[in-house]
Design a protein around this ligand. Sequence first.
Ligand SMILES: [Zn+2]
Length: 171
Amino acid sequence: MTELAICSSCGEQHSISDIELSFKRPDDFLLVPREEREQRTQANNDLCAIWGDDDASHRYFVRGLLPLSVEEWGESYSVGVWLEVSRPTFDRIRQLWSEPDQTQEPAFPATLANALPFHASTSGLAGNLHLTGPDTRPEFQLHPAAHTLFLEQEHGISAHRASEYSEYATG
Ligand SMILES: [Zn+2]
């Protein structure tokens, strides 16, 4: 096993996380009162819809990954996030769900539907959703923004930060 560096922030050693922070549902899904969810929502571990009062106010979500590179580990820490998309995008993603060549599809516009810890509100941050294959989750790339989460994705995070996300996940 490789010797792990001592973290200069906390003096611990941070190994590659087994548990990555992952959101079970879009934040707005959880705001629907539990007793109304059967009527007003439809969700599984990959896709989610919240039904509005009319066709124009239905909302659609896809589960994806927000990769943050960790230099010390030489690999990415991926936060499991929900991404809100338009109805045409939602339909197209479902159509391509099992297609091996889905990676050829141009990226889709999407917005982040979860509030990550340690940042000012991340809900609604815009970016691109890329399909990565029938057996892997789509990946989300934030558009440049004056936001600390964009900076983390652009420049990568420390192993210490990754461990903070994981500690938050395990509560
Ligand atoms: Zn540390």
